[in-house]
Write a protein that binds this ligand. Structure first.
Ligand code: NAD
Ligand code: MG
Length: 390
């Protein structure tokens, strides 16, 4: 029987890679919902080719364009944030969560509530609301499968092992666009320079987050929440070749490394076919040709955003939501050329300093409303600080 699948953020980098895999076996899937933003042409074309039930744009203003593009096809068109979340409540067996940013949280929760398996690329869900997401999955008998490549690698490194035997996990990082730049040039780094990744082809926001290593900070928190680790069990190492995606270290000293080409279709395909392994169209590595893999410690002077992850984990409660929201504002300000590259980490740290004393419930499972309040407060404070000039 065909599996019912929905893809949130279908027009983005992860969404398109997911569609690439589904396209190769179109009879195996029944597509329920596809969502996107302003790229109506792509959204409509994919919805028509995959015979989706409904296509949703998150922008109300794009509804007419989407309706026109789908006229006569029998595919429903919808628009707006609420419509995106409603689409996640439509029964599906497997849901890809690949919206970028905190906007991915509500649709992910809705998918878990109807019991779908959630393939989670949207790392912001676990950073902002880890305990809520995990509890919602448990309460509804729903499964979450990690899609971030490092977390898929850890997940695969745990297969057949006793979780109590895990000592630590090591998450690798490429080091991003500026890993080899002289430190004194970072202050002048431009948006264009930060938007080029040495190894992975990804959306612009995560690519810039790789250059600052905010992306790795989010992934450290994501690993804590998903695998139930403590901060001191998580390490980050720079591995410029991006061939080892993560390692799991066991208490007998062994480390299980996940090695593969840097292609997100591996992690997406693993989550799509889990618990089976099916053939995937990713490059095979020739180790003799590769010759060497190298590793180095991340320099905190180059990546001041990274240590903030441990501060956020220690604080708990709404700190993850504050951190992520402040980071999203800082990234918007950098992309719109209103602050400099190095100001992003400075701004986020200032927001954490200012907001932390007002935060509650370090150990409570915060509900969606509290998380939204913390998110809104952090965005407000970030704008205030930025306007005062940091
Ligand atoms: P992208 O920018 O290429 O695509 C984002 C998608 O989300 C688009 O479909 C866009 O229309 C939609 N979107 C944007 N804002 C939205 C909003 N407010 N409401 C609803 N939809 C909205 O992003 P991406 O690189 O595919 O990343 C998607 C998610 O996956 C992010 O959370 C990212 O951190 C994570 N991720 C990406 C990669 C990668 O290789 N690209 C790897 C690991 C994790
Ligand atoms: Mg990753």
């Amino acid at each position: 029987m065909a599996r019912r699948v929905s893809i949130f953020g279908a027009t983005g980098s992860i969404g398109q890679s997911t569609i690439d895999l589904i396209d190769r076996d179109r009879d195996g899937y029944e597509v329920v919902a596809l969502t996107g933003g302003r790229n109506i042409r792509r959204l409509a074309a994919d919805a028509i080719r995959l015979r989706a039930q409904v296509a949703v744009t998150c922008f109300d203003s794009e509804l007419d364009a989407l309706r026109d593009a789908l006229a006569g096809t029998g595919i429903e068109a919808a628009a707006g944030t609420a419509a995106v979340t409603e689409a996640a409540a439509r029964p599906a067996d497997w849901v890809m969560s690949a919206i970028v940013g905190a906007a991915g949280l509500a649709p992910g929760l809705a998918a878990l509530k109807q019991g779908a398996t959630l393939a989670l690329a949207n790392k912001e869900s676990l950073v902002t609301a880890g305990p809520l997401i995990m509890q919602t999955a448990r309460d509804n008998g729903a499964r979450i499968l990690p899609v971030d490549s490092e977390h898929s690698a850890i997940f695969q490194g745990l297969v057949g092992e006793d979780p109590a035997a895990v000592e630590r996990v090591v998450i690798t990082a490429s080091g991003g666009a500026f890993r080899d730049w002289p430190l004194d040039q970072l202050a002048g780094a431009t948006v264009e320079q930060a938007s080029t990744h040495p190894n992975w082809n990804m959306g612009q926001r995560i690519t810039i987050d790789s250059a600052t290593m905010f992306n790795k900070a989010l992934e450290v928190i994501e690993a804590k929440e998903f695998f139930g680790l403590s901060g001191d069990q998580i390490e980050v190492v720079i591995h410029p070749e991006s061939l080892i995606h993560a390692l799991v270290g066991y208490h007998d000293g062994a480390m299980m490394a996940h090695v593969g080409a840097p292609d997100m279709r591996h992690a997406i395909g693993y989550a799509l076919h889990w618990p089976d392994r099916k053939p995937l169209p990713v490059a095979r590595l020739n180790l003799a040709q590769i010759g060497t893999m190298t590793f180095r410690a991340p320099d905190p002077a180059r990546y001041p955003a990274l240590p903030l992850a441990w501060r956020v984990m220690e604080q708990g409660g709404a700190a993850g939501a504050v951190f992520n929201a402040a980071k999203e504002v800082a990234l918007d300000l950098f992309i719109s050329k209103r602050i400099a590259f190095l100001d992003m980490a400075v701004l986020v740290e200032k927001v954490l300093d200012q907001v932390s004393p007002q935060m509650d419930g370090a150990n409570a499972v915060l509900g969606l409303e509290s998380i939204r309040d913390a998110d809104a407060m952090a965005r407000r404070v970030a704008m205030e600080i930025a306007e005062r000039a940091i």
